[in-house]
Design a protein around this ligand. Sequence first.
Ligand code: ZN
Ligand code: MN
Length: 141
Amino acid sequence: MASRKQSSSKNEKQAPRLTRQRTIVLDVVCAEDMHPTAAEVFHEAQKAMPGISFATVYNSLRYLKEEGLVREITFGNGASRYDSVTDRHDHAICSMCGKLVDFDLPGTVALTRAAARASHFQAESVHLTLYGRCQKCRNKK
Ligand code: ZN
Ligand code: MN
C-alpha cells in the first residue's frame, strides 16, 4: 500500500467543524438580531441542551468567530456581544437599556477614505457607533 502524504495546502480552507454544541450556539446568535452577550447565549443554549457548560459555549463562540461565522463586537468596557451579521455594518447603542441596532449608511466608504487620509493609515475597517437613547427609552418618563 503506497503511503500517501497528507495534502497540507495552506490556502485550502476546510469547512468549519460544526459539532452539536457549536450548531446550537450559532443558532442562538442567529435567532434574532439581538447581539447577545456570552452569558445570554449560554442562557438560551441551555434550553436546547440542558447540560451545556459556559466554557463550552464560550469556546464555541471563539471557534465560530475564528471561522468567520459570527462577529465579536465590544463597546467601551461592556461585555463582548456576538453578531451573526458578518458583513460590514455599524451599530446604534442605547445608553439606557443597551439595545443594539444595525445600520449601514452609503457614506461610510467615503468616510473611511477621508479617515485614512487624515490619519495617514491604510484603511482596513472603520466602525461607527451611534450612542443615544432608543425610541422606547425616550418615551419613558
Ligand atoms: Zn433603550
Ligand atoms: Mn450588528
